[in-house]
Design a protein around this ligand. Structure first.
Ligand SMILES: NC(=O)c1ccc[n+]([C@@H]2O[C@H](COP(=O)([O-])OP(=O)(O)OC[C@H]3O[C@@H](n4cnc5c(N)ncnc54)[C@H](O)[C@@H]3O)[C@@H](O)[C@H]2O)c1
Length: 249
């Protein structure tokens, strides 16, 4: 098992990609601390991991709060051998509005979760990974950061552009400590986040995707598992496109 004996932290785990990522890492032998603002949802994910024969712990997390992030990291250290091998920044929110209708508060909220969140989690785990002399960080951005988005708010697309830049910057800054930092740009997927998308938008996505379907959470989880594993030990600062060929150019 590629993650045997390793401790992983995953954010935004109550459903969607996060749930699939937690299950995938746990199937690989990782002990996973699974954080979400929706604690009952995180607990459901952990129950699924246990059914699969894996090990995970659910924790209430507001990824935009430094205090909440630190409490999650402290729990991981205390519960699973005083180490953090893998951090997956997956929590994200979306508000579907044109720019003229977007309020200051909505801008701050989306940037706070999607962009400040990964900054806070990285800042909290890096001292632990430095001490270990190794660590894998995987940031979930979006194809929208590359192509302006299919059906997304300006704050969302801007926040994901920030995640791409953060990934590059930390890849450069942390290589000297044995820490690799990479990202995944998922293509559109039918999760709760996209539940409000009109049928015509979904049909357009499928039509414009060479592989002829939308992403499944497991497609994203497998890419995350690769980047979190030793197989990706010499890749850093990169973000891989997992979108069925939408951006092949
Ligand atoms: N679904 C897509 O089409 C798509 C495409 C590209 C990128 N993404 C990105 O992938 C990630 C997961 O997307 P998804 O579709 O599974 O979304 P989702 O809405 O189904 O799940 C997001 C999870 O994040 C949690 N969350 C929200 N705010 C939080 C906070 N403050 N602290 C901790 N947890 C919080 C939610 O409770 C939820 O469990 C997001 O970062 C999203 O932007 C999604």
């Amino acid at each position: 098992m590629e993650f045997a004996g390793q401790t992983a932290i995953v954010t935004g785990v109550a459903r969607g990609f996060g749930r699939a990522i937690v299950r995938r890492l746990a199937r690989g032998g990782a002990r996973v601390v699974a954080g979400d603002i929706n604690l009952p949802g995180a607990e459901e994910t952990v129950a699924l991991v246990k059914q699969d024969g894996g090990e995970a712990t659910a924790v209430h997390l507001d990824v935009s709060s430094a205090q909440s992030v630190q409490a999650m990291v402290d729990l991981a250290l205390q519960k699973y051998d005083n180490r953090v091998d893998i951090l997956v920044n997956n929590a994200g929110i979306q508000i579907l509005k044109p720019i003229e209708e977007t309020t200051d508060e909505e801008w701050d909220r989306v940037i706070g979760v999607n962009m400040k969140g990964p900054f806070l989690t990285c800042r909290a785990v890096i001292p632990v990974m430095r001490k270990q002399g190794r660590g894998h960080i995987v940031n979930i951005a979006s194809v929208g950061a590359r192509n302006g988005g299919t059906y997304a708010g300006v704050h969302y697309v801007a926040s994901k552009g920030g995640v791409l830049a953060l990934t590059k910057k930390l890849g450069k800054e942390l290589g000297q400590y044995g820490i690799v930092v990479n990202g995944v740009n998922p293509g559109p997927s039918l999760t709760d986040m996209t539940a409000e998308w009109p049928r015509s938008v979904i049909e357009g996505v499928i039509k414009n995707t060479p592989l002829g379907r939308m992403a499944e959470p497991e497609d994203i989880a497998d890419a995350v598992a690769f980047l979190a594993s030793d197989a990706a030990r010499f890749i850093s600062g990169e973000t891989i496109e997992v979108n069925g060929g939408i951006t092949c150019d």
